[in-house]
Design a protein. Structure first.
Length: 254
């Protein structure tokens, strides 16, 4: 038990740049306190002392602002940063080395008793502040969920999900972990799931299409001007509102 507690303290010191000392971590980190209370609650729950487990969870919520159902399975070195408003449901499974920020819900969409209603997080998953992961599916190892995303479908290992409903904007494949990390850095992804310019990925794609259309129009105008200077009549193509007839231009050039 004490070795696990020492591991938890060391984990916070390693992953939170705001942590200054072991004593500070030991006394001032509600996420760690919530995990310690959950371990006792989970122990009681698995041995049939359901009321004791639920009551311990209730005490933990009052003390820390973090609600973890005693039936949830939590791995090692899980870091709940800040933690206020975190809710983890009964059938949720959180893998080793995961990071969960404030306001996160690992919830369910099914009301069937005994069913797998809550998500399973793989190893090293990061869930950004305010995100909602709803359903009995899996979020793969190393995946990231952006702030305020609403995830209702599985997330592949190494992928990044943002938006409502969440969209996959980055997915890992075998042998490209370095490229994936470089792309994430290029995008400016942080643990809170925002990009440097705060742009939605779909908005970025639309802007790219518009930029391409503008550049295409510019090149067509240059082409028309060059043809006009060469004495080729392209009056029909000069007016943007009349449209552009590439076949007609081809006949004139021929």
């Amino acid at each position: 038990m004490f070795s696990r507690m020492r591991e938890d303290v060391a984990n916070v010191l390693e992953r939170d740049p705001a942590a200054r000392s072991r004593w500070e971590v030991l006394t001032c980190y509600p996420g760690m306190h919530a995990l310690w209370l959950h371990r006792f609650a989970h122990w009681a729950w698995r041995r049939g002392f359901c009321w004791l487990g639920r009551f311990t969870s209730h005490i933990g919520r009052m003390l820390t602002g973090i609600e973890i159902h005693p039936g949830a399975t939590i791995g090692r070195r899980v870091f709940i940063d800040h933690g206020m408003g975190v809710v983890i449901g009964e059938t949720a499974e959180v893998g080793d080395d995961c990071t969960i920020y404030q306001g996160v819900t690992l919830g369910g969409t099914s009301l069937y008793r005994g069913a797998k209603r809550h998500p399973t997080l793989g190893r090293g998953v990061v869930i950004g502040a305010g995100a909602k992961v709803l359903g009995g599916f899996e979020v793969g190892d190393g995946a990231k969920v952006g702030s305020n995303a609403v995830v209702v479908k599985p997330v592949p290992a190494g992928a990044t999900a943002v938006g409502n409903p969440a969209r996959i904007i980055e997915a890992a494949t075998d042998g490209v972990s370095r490229e994936r990390e470089a792309k994430a850095e290029q995008m400016g992804f942080t643990a809170y799931g925002v990009t440097r310019d705060m742009d939605d990925p779909v908005s970025k794609a639309l802007h790219g299409l518009l930029d391409h259309a503008v550049e295409t129009d510019r090149r067509i105008r240059v082409l028309v001007e060059q043809l006009a200077q060469s004495g080729i009549c392209v009056d029909a193509a000069a007016k943007a509102e009349d449209g552009f007839d590439p076949k007609g231009l081809g006949r004139m050039v021929d």
